[in-house]
Design a protein around this ligand. Structure first.
Ligand code: 3PY
Ligand code: MG
Length: 254
């Protein structure tokens, strides 16, 4: 590896803000990296990304100097292993609701003896300038499995999810959390109730010695999340960033 891994940075106590790539356009991921994002997350759950755009997006983010994170679709653990083989440094799995979900996800991210990931990280090793043996030596330590906590069921099972050895941390989805906590009555990711639950999740994760990450919809939420003990904050969706920039450029010409 040319520089410190994402995992090592987080373990050293750094906080990292990741841009959120939804458009299956690798150069946009590279532009986010070149604009200063320390990490770029390629979203295969709600974003447009497929495995080919993730393959190119990982390389483009790396070229731009950013850490590479991928959010996989729901219950798609085979894709967790594939995106790691393509060079992802962390995988975010949505809707992890219990310990069994967490074990199945961790199994796809970690090699034996921790998990059951199958061998074949040739592109990942190439991207890092490593030989496969070096990749294997650090893989279980450096490649992160982050379980999304977004339902009351997941909150009830949080201690068991955090106790799964191959789970490195949690990642809070405040939109789904507000939707499920209100049983479909409201979408209130920035509201005080959602944020209070987010604070409790971070406290539990930190107490368990695991990382806490969260999706933020406002810049001030990034600062608040840091104060709550979060170390990985997603803020800035490519589609919104392009729209905001274009809207401003057009308005300046009127
Ligand atoms: C949520 O807020 O539910 C998310 O999954 C963020 O992308
Ligand atoms: Mg969600």
């Amino acid at each position: 590896m040319s520089s410190q891994s994402l995992a090592a940075k987080l373990r050293d106590g750094s906080t990292v803000v990741t841009g959120w790539s939804t458009l299956a356009v690798p150069i946009l991921a590279e532009l986010m990296a070149r604009s200063g994002y320390e990490a770029v997350t390629l979203d295969m759950q709600h974003g447009h990304h497929d495995i080919l755009s993730v393959r190119e997006g990982i390389a483009a983010s790396s070229l731009g100097g950013a850490h590479r994170i991928v959010r996989i679709p729901v219950e798609d653990n085979a894709t967790a292993s594939r995106v790691l083989d393509l060079g992802a440094e962390a995988v975010i799995a949505p809707m992890i609701n219990n310990a069994a979900d967490a074990v199945a996800f961790a199994d796809a991210v970690k090699y034996p003896p921790v998990g059951k990931r199958s061998w074949g990280p040739h592109r990942a090793a190439m991207l890092n300038g490593e030989v496969p043996a070096d990749y294997l030596e650090r893989a279980n330590r450096d490649l992160l499995a982050l379980a999304m906590i977004e339902t009351p069921e997941a909150i009830a099972a949080l201690d068991e999810i955090l106790a799964v050895p191959g789970i490195d941390g949690v990642f809070v989805g405040p939109s789904d959390l507000s939707l499920t906590l209100s049983n479909g009555a409201s979408l209130d990711p920035n509201g005080p109730e959602t944020q209070a639950v987010a604070a409790e999740i971070a406290a539990k994760a930190n107490a368990a010695g695991k990382f806490a990450g969260i999706f933020c919809l406002l810049p001030e939420k990034v600062h608040e999340a840091r104060a709550m003990g979060y170390c990985l904050m997603a803020y800035g969706i490519d589609m919104m960033l392009v729209t905001a920039g274009a809207t401003e450029a057009v308005s300046e010409t009127r």
